[in-house]
Design a binder for this molecule. Structure first.
Ligand code: PLP
Length: 385
């Protein structure tokens, strides 16, 4: 039996929405994007939302708007996707890595507080795998440093909540990814939400080269409008062609979550008494169930990946410790022991298939393979030490 790693939720009718945009003269960021931004504001309850071409371009636009540059430090978890650190490095600032909690894989506020220096300009906590961390607690440990901006990496966490609050409630901004495998997707894309009017108006410019007016405003009925470049920006806007795919997905996001929750809970129950590690589920949060990672002893991880390939089970590795990547090791002389939790988890992690269309027999195939083949491999390696 073939089990795909991921199958998206887009319906054939999505093509009609794109066709409608093609039928208008304006295919870049225009009226559709504005409607989606309003939909995001309504969903998250923040004052503003801005669509962007990816999480990465949105983060660059946000950090530019905050004035992050050479000499600045930005705290990022060691356990995340490389983009979280790369955006800081790209702007000439220093990503300062912080290790994560061994149970939840979330950064914990005390470690953040300990890494703060006079140069710290921002912190980018990550709601990894879709489990939201307590941003109010992060704000609280930084209470003496209101100048430090919290930018939530919500790439995995659209529908997640902590203590009943969604991303964006306690931070300068939260940034989402609409990449191909995300719970809301348009192939490539993203969004920024914020309550900060000054930051919003700056990002309006930094997401479009620093221009004072985007295309739709330059070509308004009534004549051409001049524009100025008031700050340095990047090209980060999302075209209406892609934005058109988003409204039905955002409208149904809460209805679609229970199916992934059911599959993830089923995995958790099946592996609970096996020697398979999983991130601990927080009780006072709503998990967005983006990815389902497990951890096996690092010595047999590649063997398990080969077994899954043999059994035709799609899987991947999300994520390895970012400071152990060659580029960061070379740049900052990190050693694997510098961030032991992230290194250990990153050396043994495997992500299992998790999506609404994952049929019951496909789930059984994954669970049975782990029970009957992976567990004996783990027992063997453990008895050898
Ligand atoms: C935690 C995290 N942050 C940022 C990104 C970057 O998102 P994008 O591909 O939309 O730039 C990803 C992408 O998977 C991610 O997993």
């Amino acid at each position: 039996m073939q089990v795909d790693f991921y199958v998206h939720d887009l319906k054939p009718s999505a093509a009609d929405s794109v066709a409608q945009v093609i039928g208008t003269p304006f295919i870049t960021s225009g009226p559709v994007s504005r409607r989606v931004e309003k939909q995001l504001v309504d969903y998250f309850g923040t004052k503003y939302a801005l669509l962007v071409s990816s999480w990465t371009s949105g983060a660059v636009a946000t950090l530019l708007a905050l004035g992050v540059g050479p000499g600045d430090e930005v705290l990022v978890p060691a356990m995340t996707f490389i983009a979280t650190a790369n955006v800081v490095q790209l702007l000439g600032a220093r990503p300062v890595f912080v290790d994560v909690d061994p149970d939840t894989l979330l950064v914990y506020p005390d470690l953040i507080a300990r890494a703060v220096t006079t140069r710290t300009k921002a912190v980018i906590p990550v709601h990894i795998y879709g489990q939201m961390l307590d941003i109010a607690a992060v704000r609280s440990v930084l209470r003496d440093r209101p100048d430090i901006a919290i930018i939530e990496d919500s790439a995995h966490c659209f529908e997640g909540e902590f203590a009943g609050q969604k991303p964006g409630a306690h931070s300068a901004a939260a940034i989402f990814s609409f990449y191909a495998t995300k719970n809301v997707t348009c192939g490539e894309g993203g969004a920024i939400i914020t309550n900060d009017s000054d930051l919003y108006h700056k990002i309006l410019q930094t997401r479009i080269h620093g221009m004072s007016a985007g295309a739709i405003d330059r070509f308004r009925i009534g004549g051409y409008q001049h524009w100025d470049m008031q700050r340095l920006g990047v090209k980060a806007n999302l075209p209406d062609l892609l934005a058109a795919l988003l409204p039905p997905q955002i409208a149904t996001i809460d209805e679609r979550l229970p199916k992934r929750e059911e599959i993830a809970s089923r995995y958790e129950a099946a592996f609970a008494n096996l020697p398979i590690r999983m991130p601990r589920r927080l009780t006072n949060s709503r998990h967005a169930r983006h990815l389902f990672p497990i951890h096996v002893p690092p010595a047999i991880r590649d063997e398990v990946l080969a077994l899954f390939a043999h059994r035709k089970i799609g899987c991947t590795v999300n994520y390895r410790s970012v400071p152990t990547m060659s580029y960061y090791r070379r740049s900052y002389n990190y050693r694997p022991e510098s961030f032991p939790v992230s290194h250990d988890w990153g050396s043994g992690t495997i992500t299992l298939p998790l999506y609404a269309a994952l049929a019951r027999d496909a789930q059984d195939h994954v669970i049975d393979t782990i029970r009957s083949d992976v567990v004996p491999m783990i027992d063997k390696v453990r008895s050898a030490v």
